[in-house]
Design a protein around this ligand. Structure first.
Ligand code: CUA
Length: 365
């Protein structure tokens, strides 16, 4: 069924389910159109003026009919609601071990960063049969990442991480479109998703990849920007060390003097770089300069990956924000990893978001 003339091919694990929903809705609409128009034509002809149809004793009530025309549509609506909700949840909830790939949209191109370090423009290479999760943000206006063959579409909004996942089921090239009007060259903001055999994909990932992983590139950038001057061991400036931040509780200074504990997720790390005064770690002064305008989203991503790697590389050393040169005792207090809450980078708004941005849910254009 995947080659009906007006359809793109179905090339992801959820495509057939979306098509089923679409088919069922179409079939039902067609059924009722034929039923209603059929009855209309039949009665118009039968009771037209001058025919000797039987017009005596018209029925004025029928409980059976009323129950039928109320009950059947209710059951149909509930069935559609159930099926589409189940499908929606499948589409929205990425499997836990999905491979992350980072996407930055800007007028008018897609920049893709693979965690292993390779990056590409207007092309996305993914392995066949593996869950892939795109973590996307925009440099300027709202764009929308749309791959018709996969039946997935997600708006990409500045100042926010949006997430989209799929499992490709057909090797080959698939169209990628921007599906949200984003300026003069919106119609040219297109690309190609290449689905490759996993072995070919691994080979592709590692060829032409001189810079090392994103975390490695992030470490380099961290050094170039001089971040270690404050955040490194032995610094004279009182700033927190960063090696326990990711996925750990971070106490924040509240205006009233109280503290609030949040989880140091990707959103928090992002915002601490571009808008550091917004959430200041408890016990520290708001002295960090903002890097907004100096770093594009791709570079902020490198720093995030580096900071994330600090929390995993050392076996997840002591949780939470730590001071530079902490007293020896504090090194021992490690929180068990299992008890740490999971970061949810996919929905939280980021600092630096244009406040008048028109946030829409996906799939409406
Ligand atoms: Cu980007 Cu339309």
């Amino acid at each position: 069924m995947d080659q009906i003339f007006y359809w793109p091919q179905a090339a992801s694990s959820i495509a057939s389910r979306i098509d089923t929903l679409f088919n069922v809705l179409n079939a039902m609409a067609l059924f009722f159109i034929i039923l209603i128009v059929g009855c209309l034509v039949y009665f118009v002809v039968k009771y037209r003026r001058g025919t000797n149809a039987d017009r005596s004793n018209p029925p004025d009530e029928s409980l059976t009919l009323e129950i039928a025309w109320t009950g059947i549509p209710i059951l149909l609506c509930i069935a559609i609601f159930g099926f589409s909700t189940w499908t929606y949840l499948q589409v929205m909830r990425a499997p836990k071990d999905a491979k992350p790939i980072y996407v930055v949209a800007k007028q008018w191109m897609w920049k893709i960063q693979h965690p292993q370090g390779r990056w590409e423009m207007n092309e996305l290479h993914v392995p066949l049969g593996q869950d892939v999760r795109l973590i996307m943000t925009s440099e300027d206006v709202i764009h929308s990442f749309y791959v018709p063959d996969f039946r997935v579409k997600q708006d990409v909004v500045p100042g926010r991480y949006a997430s989209l996942w799929f499992k490709a089921t057909k090797v080959g090239a698939h169209h990628l479109f921007c599906a949200e009007y984003c300026g003069t060259k919106h119609s040219g903001m297109v690309g190609t998703v290449y689905v490759m055999e996993p072995a070919d994909y691994q080979k592709w990932l590692h060829e032409g990849n001189a810079g090392g992983t994103l975390a490695k590139q992030g470490e380099q950038l961290f050094r170039e920007l001089g971040c270690g001057g404050c955040h490194g061991p032995g610094s004279n400036v009182r700033a927190p060390l960063l090696d326990g931040v990711y996925n750990n509780p971070v106490p924040l200074q509240e205006p009233g003097g109280s503290t609030k504990v949040i989880i140091g997720d990707e959103r928090y790390i992002h915002d601490s770089i571009v808008n550091p005064e917004q959430e200041v770690a408890a016990g520290y002064k708001p002295i960090m300069p903002s890097f907004r305008g100096q770093l594009d989203e791709g570079k902020v991503r490198l720093l995030i990956e580096y900071i994330k790697s600090l929390s995993t590389a050392n076996g997840g050393r002591a949780g939470g924000i730590k001071e530079v040169e902490p007293p020896a005792a504090s090194k021992a207090e490690t929180a068990p990893l299992a008890s740490r809450p999971q970061a949810r980078p996919d929905t939280a708004p980021l600092a630096g978001a244009t406040t008048d941005v028109n946030v829409r849910t996906s799939g409406q254009e």
